[in-house]
Ligand binder design. Structure first.
Ligand code: MG
Length: 381
């Protein structure tokens, strides 16, 4: 028998938790469309995100290392895929809408500018007097305004629930996006999966790059916890495999703690609907009180020893110079941008249009543009 949209919607109604978001009750799209005969609305959103230009560009955007530092480090694309995997584990264990979680996690970094968090800081500084810049709000601009797939509407015309999940902080919300509500449980899962994925893979990438060593990690409570876990489970593992297994244990223990603690919080709160979960004073998806501080300690370690390491600071200084000079060059002469962005200046103002253009660049495109302006002798193409 064929599993068409209707049967899938019935399956959602039957199998998901009462507090999950259901595709059948979606608030719909800005530009109304006929429902698909086979796919639920969230499946359709997921497919549009995967086929977007912004999604393909994630391959050439920095997670922490720029692309030419080495082939085995995470890029924003592989980060996104790892975050999706973690998010789906959370969602399926909590009986949430796994397809919605998949769609929002695939989309969560679409607005990330080149050169990682440092690139975001630079753009925020350059846009200070024109509304600032945050990558998650840019992800919404990307799916709402910047992608092109139809003559009939702007952007990807995604379901409200996917768009709503991209705005995290009450200050970012307004209009249709009720600032008084918590993010949906699916959005909370995306957020928790994002940080769980990056803490885990940054630990692995930092070790791989010898930015810090196992010895540096041995004092961390979470490292001790994961080592004890491994010694119970696989006492004979040694050498580099053992390090890998400890790092994997951190991921496993984090996911397990988040799922179990969130399930407890949802049950203790007597949550019976998606809206009730959103009306709570605080989020329901979070670590337990003994695990949370260990995660924070790991985060502080990575911040100090990795993200602010001199090798990364060097990359950041270079990125800052490139993005600033590019931004100022377009400001002086918007005709250096493609025609589409010159027209965009008329609609949204020069600064915002330039910001949209620069935020959409991959690392290597930004480097090539920079070379075109400032290193004409090195022009490659
Ligand atoms: Mg992310």
């Amino acid at each position: 028998m064929l599993w068409d949209r209707q049967r899938k919607e019935e399956r959602e109604a039957r199998d998901l938790s009462p507090f999950a978001t259901h595709s059948r009750t979606s608030r719909g799209r800005v530009s109304p469309e006929e429902p698909d005969s086979l796919r639920t609305s969230f499946e359709r959103d997921r497919d549009r995100i995967i086929h977007s230009t912004a999604f393909r560009r994630l391959e050439y955007k920095t997670q922490v290392f720029v692309f030419h530092e080495g082939d085995a480090y995470r890029t924003r694309l592989t980060h996104t895929l790892e975050a999706v995997q973690v998010a789906r584990s959370f969602a399926s264990a909590l009986g949430l809408n796994e397809t919605l979680v998949e769609a929002v996690t695939l989309a969560h970094d679409l607005g990330h500018p080149p050169f990682g968090h440092r690139g975001e800081d630079v753009l925020h500084g350059l846009m200070r007097s024109a509304g600032g810049f945050r990558h998650n709000m840019q992800s919404l601009r990307t799916v709402d305004l910047l992608e092109r797939r139809s003559e009939r509407y702007r952007g990807l015309n995604l379901s409200f629930e996917v768009r709503d999940a991209l705005l995290k902080r009450p200050a970012e919300r307004g209009g249709d996006f009720d600032p008084g509500l918590q993010p949906s449980l699916e959005a909370q899962v995306m957020d928790a999966a994002d940080s769980t994925a990056y803490l885990h893979h940054d630990l692995e990438d930092g070790l791989r790059a010898s930015i810090f060593t196992v010895h540096d990690l041995e004092d961390l409570a979470i490292w001790k916890r994961a080592t004890a876990h491994l010694e119970r489970k696989e006492p004979t593992v040694t050498g580099s495999t053992r390090v890998k297994r400890v790092v994997n244990s951190i991921l496993h223990l984090s996911i397990t703690d988040l799922i179990e603690n969130s399930a407890r919080a949802i049950e203790a709160g007597g949550i019976r609907s998606a809206l009730e979960a959103r009306r709570r004073a605080s989020k329901l998806v979070h670590h337990s009180s003994d695990f949370g501080p260990e995660i924070q300690e790991l985060h502080r370690f990575l911040y100090k020893r990795f993200y602010r390491h001199h090798r990364l600071n060097q990359m950041a200084a270079r990125a800052e110079r490139m993005l600033t000079l590019l931004f100022e060059s377009y400001l002086k002469d918007p005709t250096a941008m493609p025609p589409r962005f010159q027209e965009w200046c008329e609609e949204v103002g020069r600064e915002r249009a330039i910001c949209d253009y620069v935020a959409g660049m991959t690392d290597r495109y930004a480097e090539e543009e920079y070379a075109r302006f400032f290193l004409p002798g090195r022009l490659q193409r």
